[in-house]
Design a protein around this ligand. Structure first.
Ligand code: 3PG
Length: 307
């Protein structure tokens, strides 16, 4: 049984060592493909793999076709929009994620980027504080909950809307006020932080109509996926309101245009780095390895996402 770690953006060495130990202790073979630059490298590496651990690496039909022995692919992380789930099912491949394992890292980045932007990118000029400001969490999953916990420490007033989580469940944590509609969330909050997955329903859904509802000094924070933003309308919002700022992990397709037209009002990471901490790499990487061992030894499919 061969377990391949295929990560264009590598895990911390400690995470790789941890995965290797779990795999070898289970009596399986371990293989590593890091920092690959061509898809052909991935296609070659997956040929004889029974299991693959990936991050944001694309596992599409071509990869699945090449991976003749493959039984399971685990996305070490939350979002699995990089896996063609229908093709995985057709190929009899179980797809899993490792929910919650990197959530704190993403949440810390949210607050870190908010502070950076509120302080003008640490430019020495007068900025603003987060204390007392209203923060809206667009979706209340693992990352949203962690953001709420940290934002409470900053003394922010935290609100949330999640179409899949009832208000009483959201409020049971005692951290946030749940609002009735998505419009209410945007209408209420100076800061809105996105924690929605990229799905056919959410792609392009963060648009001018929603962003125009935000009160004065609006900042949108996106550590989810760039695909959920309507990027053309984002520019229109930048143009229509001088108080609007956008923080994103990672840059939109029209980043150059935004950088040129709206200096000081945006912050883009060069590479998606929400989950890029040693701790998150270890949490998600080791969880993925344990899930693979569990799958092969006891048939455990708890975190399967292509059911
Ligand atoms: C996730 O969905 O878990 C995050 O976006 C992390 O992605 P990464 O593993 O590519 O850093």
């Amino acid at each position: 049984m061969k377990v391949l770690v295929a990560t264009e953006k590598p895990f911390d060495k400690k995470a790789v060592e941890g995965i290797k130990t779990i795999v070898k202790d289970a009596g399986f073979q371990f293989a590593l493909l890091e920092k690959y630059t061509e898809k052909t490298q991935l296609l070659e590496a997956v040929k004889d793999a029974d299991a693959i651990i990936i991050r944001s690496d694309i596992v599409d039909k071509e990869v699945l076709d090449a991976a003749k022995q493959l039984k399971i692919v685990v996305r070490a992380g939350a979002g699995y929009d990089n896996i063609d789930l229908a093709a995985a099912t057709e190929h009899n491949v179980v797809a899993m994620n490792t929910p919650g394992q990197n959530s704190n890292a993403v949440a810390e980045l949210v607050l870190g980027m908010m502070v950076y932007m509120a302080r003008g990118g640490f430019n020495g000029k007068t900025g603003t504080e987060l204390l007392g400001k209203k923060l809206g969490l667009h979706a209340y999953g693992n990352v949203g909950k962690n953001v709420a916990r940290i934002a409470e420490g900053f003394g922010m007033k935290v609100y949330a809307f999640d179409p899949f989580v009832p208000k009483n469940v959201i409020e049971a944590d005692g951290l946030v006020t749940a609002v009735d509609t998505i419009e209410d969330l945007y209408r209420t909050c100076n800061y809105v932080s996105l924690h929605i997955p990229a799905t056919p329903q959410t792609k392009n859904s963060i648009n001018k109509a929603l962003l125009s509802l935000m009160p004065e000094k609006a900042t949108l924070i996106n550590t989810a996926r760039k695909e959920v933003i309507n990027e053309a309308e984002l520019v229109e919002v930048f143009e229509a309101r001088e108080d609007f700022k956008y923080i994103a992990d990672v840059a939109p397709a029209n980043a150059d245009e935004i950088a040129e037209k709206f200096p000081g009002r945006y912050l883009f990471t060069p590479k998606k780095m929400g989950a890029q901490t040693t701790e998150a790499n270890i949490n998600a990487g080791l969880a993925a390895a344990h899930q693979i061992v569990g799958f092969f030894t006891t048939g455990d499919k708890k975190f399967q996402v292509n059911k």
